[in-house]
Design a protein around this ligand. Structure first.
Ligand code: P6P
Length: 345
């Protein structure tokens, strides 16, 4: 009956996390409860984003005040960002395991009321890449989790921590299939939603990124503003001087989709700083750190142009940073180009 195991012995994300937790007897199960609420949030967002693609141009949306709102798809797209944020904030607060929430959608951090407070801080982008909804490109939720030091009188310092202090990080990609990718600090695992069960099933155990890749992913439209090392690296991808074949360019413009492809196929994803935006575009807490954590756990690297991305200490919750992440050997080449420039300065 071994052949039936995949049917009768399903490894769901819940079972997987409980197995992980059994390795840490001191834990009180709080993390498993927190994660189950994040997973619930993703399942709630998924139908909304897919609904949008199926519904006619106008949809009836019933909001908290139960009033009927008729929105054009364009407005709905903005609404979906806000809806997704509401879903996650409510799911995280109701878990009773969170203390501070930082969302891409909220200017200020949310301090959970004492009666519902727990030991974790969650930083998240509820619907990253949402400008791509109308054309059906994959989008996703990105999150990172810190443990608070003082949940009695929490301050922003609890979340202005380097990414290396994160306990866990992951993303949920809403695309042709719904894929949840997670690290809790001992490797990376991918789960695919089985709609008939409403469960995420382990489909990509122990993901390892290829040591070197054949793909580079960057918005070439910013090329005229790039600094020397970035320009040199991209030139090398297109016109290799060591007799190797040129790399392929794949750029979707939705971070979760570009990073997921990089994790599975190898290569590099770059959002460099440039003359116009020295800190680049992507946010440290809920884009750069979670994706960098996943990359390192999968055997890759993540670099800011100056340092290891996870060593960065953010000063503000919506701070940006340049990011170069992906296959170990490819990132080594980028680091060497930046080191050479620093030496010449
Ligand atoms: P650009 C989407 O808006 C996003 O925040 C990321 O998901 C994506 O990687 C990046 O911006 C794309 O930015 O400037 O290339 O359009």
């Amino acid at each position: 009956h071994a052949a039936d195991a995949h049917r009768t012995d399903l490894m769901t994300i819940t079972r997987f996390v409980l197995n992980e937790q059994s390795k840490h007897p001191e834990s009180r199960g709080d993390f498993s409860i927190l994660l189950s609420h994040i997973v619930l949030g993703c399942k709630q967002v998924l139908p909304n984003s897919l609904d949008l693609l199926e519904k006619p141009m106008f949809r009836q949306v019933v909001d908290e005040s139960k009033s009927l709102i008729i929105l054009s798809l364009g407005e709905e797209q903005k609404k979906l960002d806000v809806l997704s944020n509401d879903v996650f904030v409510k799911a995280l607060v109701s878990s009773g395991r969170t203390c501070i929430l930082v969302s891409e959608e909220d200017e200020e951090a949310t301090f959970v009321e004492p009666s519902k407070r727990g030991r974790y801080c969650v930083v998240f982008d509820p619907l990253d890449g949402s400008s791509n909804i109308d054309c059906g490109v994959s989008i996703g939720t990105i999150f990172g989790i810190y443990m608070v030091k003082d949940s009695q009188e929490p301050t922003l310092d609890e979340v202005l921590q380097p990414g290396k202090n994160m306990l866990a990080a992951g993303y949920c990609m809403y695309g042709s299939s719904c894929t949840f990718v997670l690290t809790t600090g001992s490797g990376v695992n991918g789960f695919t939603l089985d709609p008939s069960l409403g469960e995420f099933i382990l489909t990509h155990p122990d993901i390892k990124i290829p040591k070197k890749g054949k793909i580079y992913s960057v918005n070439e439209g910013n090329a005229r503003n790039w600094d020397g090392p970035t320009a040199k690296y991209v030139e090398k991808c297109k016109f290799p001087t060591d007799g190797s074949s040129p790399k392929s360019l794949r750029y979707i413009g939705s971070m979760v989709a570009d990073v997921h492809r990089t994790l599975l196929y190898g290569g590099v994803f770059l959002y460099p700083g440039d003359k116009k935006s020295p800190s680049g575009k992507l946010r440290v807490l809920y884009e750069v750190f979670p994706m960098s954590f996943l990359m390192e756990q999968a055997g890759g690297q993540a670099f800011t142009g100056k340092q290891r991305a996870l060593d960065l200490v953010p000063q503000k919750i919506h701070e940006r940073s340049p990011i170069f992440l992906g296959s170990y050997d490819d990132i080594e080449e980028i680091k060497a180009l930046y080191a050479a420039e620093e030496k010449n300065e």
